[in-house]
Design a binder for this molecule. Sequence first.
Ligand code: ADP
Length: 500
Amino acid sequence: MTRCESVVGRDRVFREPADVVGYHDAFSVLSDDPHIPSAAVAPADIDELQAVVIAANEHKIPLWPISKGQNLGYGGAAPVLKGAVIIDLSRLNRILEVNEKYAYCEIEPGVGFFELHRYLEDNDIDLWMSVPGYAMGSVMGNALERGAGAQPYGDHAAQICGMEVMLANGEIVRTGTGAMSNSTTWHTEKFGFGPSWDGMFCQSNFGIVTKVGLWLMPAPEATMSAVLSFSEEKDLATAIDSLYPLKRQGLIEHNIAVLSYVGLASYTAPRSRWYRGEGVMPEEIGAKLRAELGLGWWTSFLTLYGYADVIEAQAKKITELLQDSIAPPTFNRWKKGDPMEFSGAGIPSARDIQMINWRGGRGGHLGFSPLLPADGRLAYEQYQRARDSFHEVGLDYYGAFAIRDRSIININEILYNRDDRAMCEGVQQLFPRLIKEAAAHGYSEYRTHIDYMDAVVDTLDHNQHAMARLNHAVKDTLDPQGILAPGKQGIWPARYRHKS
Ligand code: ADP
């Protein structure tokens, strides 16, 4: 730590508990949190970062790199391994390039959604972003974790094109065509010569990403948006079977989320506005709430983006295709120059985090996120199982089924009051059960909280966990001292493996 202080300065090494608390998992349900970091170090640039990484290698100090540390619901800034030192990259926050012609940006880890959005606006750049529901985090950290937004470029990891990565020994490598020092296509061509490594640094602990190229969406001249409301719980199957073909045929470009009403209600007020009792909110109260807020049991949002005449034709086709299964959508039209709030563009906001207030007290949420085929019956069955498990521990069900090109990411948000010990214990019983139930049906997870990374890896059992062996072989080769994010994604350096 003294060596770190001489590299980054004393005021950029945080060791006091009052400072380190900012890097804890603020939503932890555990009374004795096993993910408390020992310190945090905030380098100002790549050279300082490199000096810190080299020192950590010499002293075998485990590090946990974060961009802005807003990975809420999955652990926030906190490390898997207790005592790891947080490498806070939020000071590396330059927007290095925005290229309008080729529609990409090159950014450092500390660039947030708000900063990039402001930059595009201030510079009149005709490119749109995709943003997650809670957008206080970094563009890079969210993409590396494969976060998602509701816009056409909403599969954030898929927009990555060319990275700069610092390996555990301090070496810097550029992926894709960036391997050539005077490359002219680093952020425009995803595949260069030889293996492609961008994916290797997403949801892994194989390197620290110091720069990333990300594709942005050329602004459309017009959009058309509709809200679809499904009144019954069982309508989930119809919703998915009607909407998935629109996605598969390319009529809708964004991932189509079908959201349960508790989530949408939680963005507006705590549950106590409708119900002050213990346990699960009764269905008759839910019905009153839906009537008051004008919500269905499930709600979905569609937006078409592009040339006005083209999207008019798409809207007509969509209405025709949906006519036998659901009420015809009413589209609102937006054109360039109209107020942006009605455009369907990704505008950063922190709205969704209000969900943590649902049960009162010091709230929290935990995301359980299995992947399923895009099929209505299978989604409805998965919903029923998850709902029953939520109800068994007295929690209201809140889930979203995001229809992607071929599959669904089903994000179940477990909302709780951290001041209620019994509720926190219920959450601890619920989570492993959800993982097990989903795995029994062949559903693995898209992302998970730091408490459950090993449990999820346990479900990846093909050929006696061959994937874990591959990950460990890569880890041992790239990071033989085991300093980078031990335990992340269940990948443990050799020196910790017997303990995991
Ligand atoms: P955000 O603030 O965008 O929500 P975080 O900074 O919390 O994202 O990062 C989410 C996770 O992604 C971190 O816990 C870490 O494991 C990983 N991560 C973030 N930034 C980097 C990076 N630059 N290099 C390697 N891993 C990173």
